[in-house]
Design a protein around this ligand. Sequence first.
Ligand SMILES: Nc1nc2c(ncn2[C@@H]2O[C@H](COP(=O)(O)OP(=O)(O)OP(=O)(O)O)[C@@H](O)[C@H]2O)c(=O)[nH]1
Ligand SMILES: [Mg+2]
Length: 489
Amino acid sequence: MNSVERARGLIREAQEVFRGDAATHRQLSDCLDRLDEPLRVALAGSLKAGKSTLLNALVGQDIAPTDATECTRVVTWYRRGATARVTAVYDGDRTTDIPVLRPNGRLTFDFGGLTADRVDRLDVTWPARTLRSFTIIDTPGTASLSTDVSALTVDMLTPQDGESGADAVVYLLRSLTNTDTAFLARIGEAIGRESGPLGVVGVVSRADEIGAGRMDAMMSAGEVAARFAGELERTGLCQAVVPVAGLVALGARTLREVEYRALVELAGVHPDELTTAMLSADRFAAPTTGLPVDAALRAVLLDRFGMFGIRLAVTLIRLGVSDSPSLAAELVQRSGLSELREVIDVQFGQRADQLKTHTALLSLLRIIGGAGRSGAAGVIATEVDRMLADVHGFTELRLLGRLRSGALRLPEESLAEMTRIIGGFGIEPTLRLGLDPDATPAQIRSAAIEAVQGWREWAAHPLLDRTTALACTAAARSAEGILADRPHP
Ligand SMILES: Nc1nc2c(ncn2[C@@H]2O[C@H](COP(=O)(O)OP(=O)(O)OP(=O)(O)O)[C@@H](O)[C@H]2O)c(=O)[nH]1
Ligand SMILES: [Mg+2]
């Protein structure tokens, strides 16, 4: 029986035990239902880190207000629905529809007479494809651990009841501050229960602004932010770190023909002249620059792509990109969004069941009152604790975070191999074993046997410290898992 089914079974058993307690029974039903819903991914991070912009870029549509005052202070849930609709839950249990406005083309949610401090949550349903696989939760920026709004985000990520909470987190930051490290550690503790975070991906956000001025437009965001990403990886708090320029990505995914034509016109300007006109944003948007594109449209470009995005687009057009879909694709690739989507798929999408099971087990423990309970509930709680410690997928996720932190004493090559075998690049057996996708069952089997033996030998190495030896044992177990899943030839 796989771990989802085991978790379902335990929740049902708990329902039996709490048959007579309507409130607990309902919480347990919610817990069960959640296993069939899309994975809940929260976007968290410091103030103005670019969370809402990144959400829009991931969805490929403008659905989350950016820079707006009231709505950015409220936790907002984006779910898939047939129609676009925004509902505020306020004053405890009251709800009201919130109009969506676009003054000057900028999306805002009109709170009317409501103020952010009265609103517990905004629920947005939207007909967007990405939301089929993920429910995305946009959280208010965290300034420090002590402010009210930060507390809202912490509560959301580390829920006290069975209702809310995220299964995975994308944490955005522009520089690694103590607040960020403390916050990440806190999330890690809560989500992974002291043994390390489950499902946390770091994003070095607004990557186009890092090293601004010095930047060569053809450099990918990755190159610019790689050093910083390395620092974040060494904290061991995230499974992967990706630099992303969300603004460029969003602009690209929603590129309009009129914008494309304006960029083509700019690309036709003599390079020296354009470089001078683009020395600063003010200069670029000024009414009199002698540039072919009118000032209003230049301001729009600046707002939608930023200076880096415009420079990058112009360079790409000069290099021969000759239609708007190709330009959009190149920009998305270079913004880091493609890589982030891949990482989200590998770390969250492919492991959705495991992440959801993990959240469900923690909720179950909270609902039934933990292992201190006696009787039938105590037996269930003990079994939940055992599952949390034993489910190998959980171990793999915790280990993925630590692999890049330098905590394991293994050669670089073996670390890369360990990342692969525990599913760091995808959970398909061929990916784990580094084989061709069309490898035969016999090839998979023999490679898996070899991997089991190799990692067991490492684990038994007398000079290895305990942490590293345990990690090698975990890698051997991952390889055994591949063997266990396939019938003997
Ligand atoms: N240059 C650049 N600007 C960005 C990028 N992402 C966001 N911004 C700008 O940064 C500002 C804040 O962006 P938001 O997406 O609202 O950031 P947020 O983290 O949601 O902000 P709060 O919710 O208020 O904490 C806006 O002016 C965005 O246009 C980016 O990748 N590059
Ligand atoms: Mg925001």
